[in-house]
Write a protein that binds this ligand. Sequence first.
Ligand code: FAD
Length: 440
Amino acid sequence: MSDRHRVVILGGGFGGLYAAQALKHAPLDITLIDRRNYHLFQPLLYQVATGSLSPGEIAAPIRGVLSTQKNTTVLLGEAVDIDPTAKQVSLKDGATVPYDSLIVATGSLVSYFGHEEWKSWAPGLKTVEDATMIRHKILLAFEAAERCTDTTERCTWLTFVIVGAGPTGVELAGALGEIANHTLKHDFRSINPKDARIIIVDGGKRALGAYPEDLSKSAEKQLHNLGTRIRTGVTVTNVDEDGVTLKTPDGEEHIATHTVIWAAGVAVTEFARTLAKKTSAETDRAGHIKVASDLTVPNFPDIYIVGDLALINDKAGKPLPGVAQVAMQTGSYTARAITRKVQGKPPLAPFSYFNKGDLAVIGRAAAVANVFGIHLHGFPAWLVWLFIHLMYIVEFQSRILVLIEWGFLYLTFNRGARLITGVAANKSIGKPEPLENLGE
Ligand SMILES: Cc1cc2nc3c(=O)[nH]c(=O)nc-3n(C[C@H](O)[C@H](O)[C@H](O)COP(=O)(O)OP(=O)(O)OC[C@H]3O[C@@H](n4cnc5c(N)ncnc54)[C@H](O)[C@@H]3O)c2cc1C
């Protein structure tokens, strides 16, 4: 057995994978453990949910991505417990994995703010399974509307509500607008897909609340051009098979719909909660773990937290957002910090985030971007978005051909991945189905 320093990485998302890759040439023994055998490019999940891409086009087996990295072992398993004193992690199957340094990159989950019962009628978008379920839900709604003879019920089927006007909500609404206005426009006989009502609801004052105000306004205008309505300053008080109930400044309101998509709220995994408890780490309400300036858990210099799970404040004291850039930069920083520690070199300077900008795509040639402080709208922003996704998706696998093919389909409004498959394919049309019945 090797007596080299053992680094265990939990999670093969952006944070974990970037940490592992940054350790490629380090004289260490690295074990990356993920409960899934693939790395998922989450920023393109909504493309799967809206039928532009197939799941295989945005996921890559972690084992394959790291196959040339001889110092790294990949294990399929779910971390469920930790003993920070004995320095070992327990997996769900009972195995224990010892570490000298631990990098925790288990990401985040969708939160329903204590209303888990809403999940059955309002799927969130975090996993490949979520994306295919949402795809089924959207396609089945159009199919049900086509078969429906009752005008009110048809209108209910053609109403789509997205909860949350952050980047995911905006991207989903834009894609839905394109489906209704362009992709499906010749496909039905009884309905006109353009009659679809797409409504985003959000408790904040504006869409893309974390973006500069001019970009929010631009995004709202671009969404409006696609027939999408934005309702801000309203909160969801109930979701069930018949629709969404809202609390508005004018009182309670019900929107009749069978298709609600949840794009609001994040929580952390059960393992992350256990870790926080075992290390007495401070967390915010969602469970993000507050880290020291070197990304370690206070009083546990061998446990690093990276990516969405970490609560890191910027220079102004504002928490860094849960975006891929933060995950990649914290992942690489941690790798360098561990390498220096093992080499006996002085520690790195505290972690500092380099914000390259924010991007949200709304549709074909429609996007907003804030790149190094330069605000872009419409086509130029969309080109930047395309370029960045091309760069990053290629960085972890050779998918340039797929992306070119996808870009072509995107330009022609064609959404080839519009199949209703699996369990959902056997459902009777015209009856709202809970989430559990719509998987593959
Ligand atoms: C729909 C959507 C759209 C997004 N769009 C953008 C965008 O346009 N731009 C952007 O910058 N960011 C975007 N993000 C955010 C970005 O994807 C995340 O910030 C990033 O993925 C965080 O990386 P991470 O490594 O912390 O977590 P993740 O990428 O979520 O990876 C966590 C990994 O940990 C594994 N895991 C979890 N628990 C355990 C456990 N107990 N044991 C073992 N393994 C475990 C999971 O299987 C997963 O592979 C988007 C996110 C979503 C959901």
